[in-house]
Design a protein around this ligand. Structure first.
Ligand code: MN
Length: 261
């Protein structure tokens, strides 16, 4: 796998060249509108950017690691209208759109029949890349934990840099080594003999930059522990490698919290 420089996206080669993103939250504008903020539609721009990257990367498949859309309780009126309209042109660039459902993806499979396919929420395994994909809000499938890499979204990690008016929140990748057996014991309780050694969890930045994001140096450690996999404590967040969207390693989370926290 490789990170796509400058974007919250990665590419895997096998079994087909696939662009991987997480947390699009399409239709999120509705939430602003319901609070009285009439922001112009951003979702078409987000999909356009995705389309451009998919074309640049010659991706044959798009894999969304959860939260394709925003409204939690089924598609909102805006999403009903917007999602098919936005995914149709995207489907002309890639042969296939696959979604590993996140906590925001309920009741949308039917609306998007013929445009996107949905895997079980507990995850998708790509054996050829020894990688499992799961959004992060539910207990992952055993097969996912057996992979060398586990790719998730859900956390929306950002790094706050600078201060005051010149501060910025930038999307980041988190890469964390974890004890597979410990994770298995906590997740499944029994029949965990097959789990050994270490696995690497990769938490993707939110592709939608308008999502608030969790500032990894400001939030308490427990506030960053979201979802069953991190709750096992088999992955020590403080040892996470923090990697910028340009692919450059910035430091461990512990180091950054000491400097910026
Ligand atoms: Mn999300």
């Amino acid at each position: 796998m490789k990170f796509v420089e400058g974007h919250a996206a990665m590419v895997i080669e096998k079994p087909v060249r696939t662009l991987v993103v997480a947390d699009l939250h399409l239709g999120f504008e509705e939430e602003y509108r319901s609070k009285g903020v009439r922001i112009p539609l951003q979702s078409p721009k987000i999909v356009q950017e995705l389309q451009n990257i998919a074309a640049e990367q010659a991706a044959e498949r798009l894999l969304v690691v959860g939260d394709l859309k925003h409204n939690v309780r089924g598609p909102s009126r805006l999403e009903y209208e917007l999602l098919p309209k936005l995914l149709k042109p995207l489907k002309k660039v890639v042969d296939e759109i696959v979604v590993v459902p996140g906590n925001h993806d309920g009741k949308v499979a039917q609306l998007l029949a013929g445009l996107a396919s949905f895997t079980p929420a507990k995850g998708l395994v790509v054996e050829e890349e020894k990688t499992g994909f799961t959004h992060g809000h539910v207990r992952p499938d055993r097969k996912v934990l057996l992979m060398d890499f586990i790719v998730t979204g859900h956390l929306h990690p950002v790094l706050k840099v600078g201060s005051g008016i010149s501060s910025a929140r930038i999307g980041i990748w988190l890469k964390i080594r974890g004890n597979r057996r410990r994770a298995a014991e906590m997740l499944y309780g029994k029949d965990v003999e097959i789990f050994s050694g270490e696995t690497t969890m990769i938490i993707m930045p939110s592709f939608n930059k308008m999502m608030q994001g969790r500032s990894v140096t400001e939030i308490s450690e427990s506030g960053l522990v979201r979802g069953p996999l991190l709750k096992t404590k088999a992955f020590d967040l403080m040892t996470a490698e923090v990697i910028g969207l340009d692919g450059v390693y910035i430091g461990t989370l512990r180091e950054l919290r000491e400097v910026l926290g």
